[in-house]
Write a protein that binds this ligand. Structure first.
Ligand SMILES: Nc1nc2c(ncn2[C@@H]2O[C@H](COP(=O)(O)OP(=O)(O)O)[C@@H](O)[C@H]2O)c(=O)[nH]1
Ligand SMILES: [Mg+2]
Length: 193
């Protein structure tokens, strides 16, 4: 009889300041489209998604159940964060490429994540990548700068932190962001959930 494939359950927390696009990214990933209006997340939202991901090229895809926690970025919800981060397997650190403060604040998000989540893999995600299409947007955070930032925090927090740019608006790289987080997690833990 065929063996039932193992399901890896990964608890993922979307971190980052308000309005960087956490809710939009989650909704896009779940196939729920994109909204231009902004509804502030109150407390936290929770979603589940199954995905098959080949961790190494040419390898049989692994079945991953993502538990996605989309937390409110606003400071006043800080009490719930410790509970949300507890036993998390991965943190997606989001910023908005048109908002420099949101990148600077990633440092605090990572410090909080590290304190409460302990291990767990982390990636840095520059969202609103679609804004690069408009040449009038001259003040965006450049890719090289974001990569440099990722390298710096990676050294400071002694963990690999790859960088990726996404657009929740167009859907560009949204699936890849979750795949990258899963791959980073497998590399760190070798799949021992
Ligand atoms: N242009 C653009 N706007 C986005 C993108 N992602 C989110 N937004 C917009 O940014 C605002 C905040 O998004 P939201 O997902 O609520 O941010 P959250 O507070 O981090 O959950 C909303 O008006 C979204 O429509 C994106 O990839 N590109
Ligand atoms: Mg939100």
């Amino acid at each position: 009889m065929a063996q039932k494939p193992k399901t890896y359950v990964l608890k993922i927390v979307l971190c980052g300041n308000g309005a960087v696009g956490k809710t939009s990214l989650r909704q896009r990933y779940l196939g729920e489209g994109f909204e231009t209006s902004y509804h502030e997340t109150i407390g936290a939202d929770f979603a589940l998604k199954y995905s098959k991901i080949a961790i190494n090229e040419g390898e049989e895809p692994k079945l991953i159940k993502f538990q996605i926690w989309d937390i409110a970025g606003q400071k006043r919800y800080s009490q719930v964060r410790s509970i949300l981060f507890d036993r998390s397997d991965g943190g997606m650190l989001l910023f908005d490429i048109s908002n420099r403060e949101s990148l600077t604040d990633v440092h605090d998000w990572l410090a909080t994540y590290s304190r409460y989540a302990g291990v767990g893999s982390v990636i840095l995600v520059g969202n609103k990548e679609d804004l690069r299409e408009n040449p009038e947007n001259t003040d965006l955070i450049q890719i090289a700068e974001a990569e440099e930032f990722a390298k710096k925090i990676s050294e400071e927090f002694s963990r690999p932190i790859p960088y990726l740019e996404t657009s929740a608006k167009t859907g560009n790289n949204v699936e890849q962001a979750f795949e990258l987080l899963a791959k980073t997690w497998f590399k760190m833990t070798e799949g021992s959930a």
